[in-house]
Write a protein that binds this ligand. Structure first.
Ligand code: SF4
Ligand code: MG
Length: 324
């Protein structure tokens, strides 16, 4: 099958002051080969917690309470930390906002690039070195042999991020998880990085889970989009469906702020009202305190996701009633 990641009915909770609160409230989604799925939403909506759940890297007070997470058909929940570590090394790549935290400051670039190739792909030292250099060149890094000898602090943020991508590409992951990987980069470098990720996707049929709060980035890289609000998936669809025909009032609020999808900079506009904290109990639709269309039904009943055009899902009572 061409499904790389299948997440079903995921519930993740966090313990705060001895009480347990749901942070991910029953989310399901799939990522296929050669597909980039963007997850968008305000900070605190559960984007990063979703990725940490998939990677098995939740903090001490977090736990997956139910659901299923399958990578290439293999269930990850219930694996021992050691098994999970092996799967991560072999099949998953990760890049984060600040590559300084993912690169070891004490080791040379060359060591870090070749270590994974030797460990996970069983290459000899010479083979791993040649492969690493070729991937540095692939991501447009000049003087690759010289760079191999340097330490992370000797390089700019843009270079470090490209090195992280070279490292990920060389390991040929089935799934790449990218959490705000371009947020700290200037626009030109950001464009290069997005192009590289696109190439990785196409050349290696990698499935990419891309987390961002920047709709401009979404427009440039996503094949499909999931909009999260306070731990729930409120809308899902092809990128075109989300930008041209957003149906959920929350998605509409986000998209309405976008003057021009091709413009270099537009971030998610703060929409009126405050984002609920995870400890806040809200009945029915969790968006109702901020929604201009909220009715009594919205305050009582949690809306279920329904499909309005092929692949376009929305969880909203108003949309449901308008499309009866
Ligand atoms: Fe607004 Fe009701 Fe739809 Fe929630 S279910 S987004 S409150 S209209
Ligand atoms: Mg985050």
């Amino acid at each position: 099958s061409d499904t790389v990641l299948e997440v079903k009915n995921l519930v993740t909770t966090f313990r705060i002051n001895k009480k347990e609160y749901p942070v991910i409230r029953d989310i399901s989604f799939e990522i296929h080969e050669n597909e980039t799925l963007c997850m968008v939403g305000e900070s605190g909506c559960g984007k990063s917690v979703t990725t940490l759940s998939v990677m098995g890297l939740l903090p001490e007070n977090g736990a997956v309470r139910s659901g299923s997470i399958k990578l290439c058909g293999e269930e990850l929940l219930g694996m021992s930390p050691r098994q999970l570590g092996q799967v991560r090394g072999k099949k998953m790549g990760m890049i984060f906002q600040e590559p300084m935290t993912s690169l070891n400051p004490l080791l040379t670039i060359g060591y870090q690039l070749t270590e994974g190739l030797r460990q996970h792909l069983g290459m000899s030292k010479a083979e791993a070195h040649a492969t690493a250099v070729s991937y540095l060149e692939k991501v447009g890094i000049a003087n690759a042999e010289e760079r191999m000898k340097q330490y992370p602090f000797q390089l700019s943020g843009g270079l470090r991020q490209r090195i992280m991508i070279a490292m990920m590409m060389s390991l040929q992951p089935r799934l790449l998880i990218a959490d705000e990987p371009t947020t700290a980069l200037d626009v030109t470098i950001q464009k290069q990085v997005l192009l590289l990720l696109n190439r990785l996707k196409q050349d290696m049929k990698t499935g990419i889970l891309f987390i961002t709060h920047d709709l401009g980035v979404v427009a440039q890289i996503a094949d499909r989009v999931i909009v999260l609000y306070s731990g729930s998936k409120v809308e899902e669809g092809a990128t075109r469906q989300i930008f041209e025909n957003p149906l959920h009032p929350y998605t509409n609020g986000l998209i309405a702020a976008v003057p021009n999808v091709d413009s270099d900079e537009f971030e998610i506009r703060p929409i009126p009202g405050t984002f609920p904290s995870i400890t806040e109990e809200i009945g029915g639709c969790r968006f109702h305190p901020r929604c201009p269309y909220a009715t009594e039904r919205c305050r009582q009943e949690v809306p279920q996701a329904l499909e309005y055009e092929p692949g376009h899902f929305v969880a909203c009572h108003k949309v449901e009633e308008e499309n009866k």
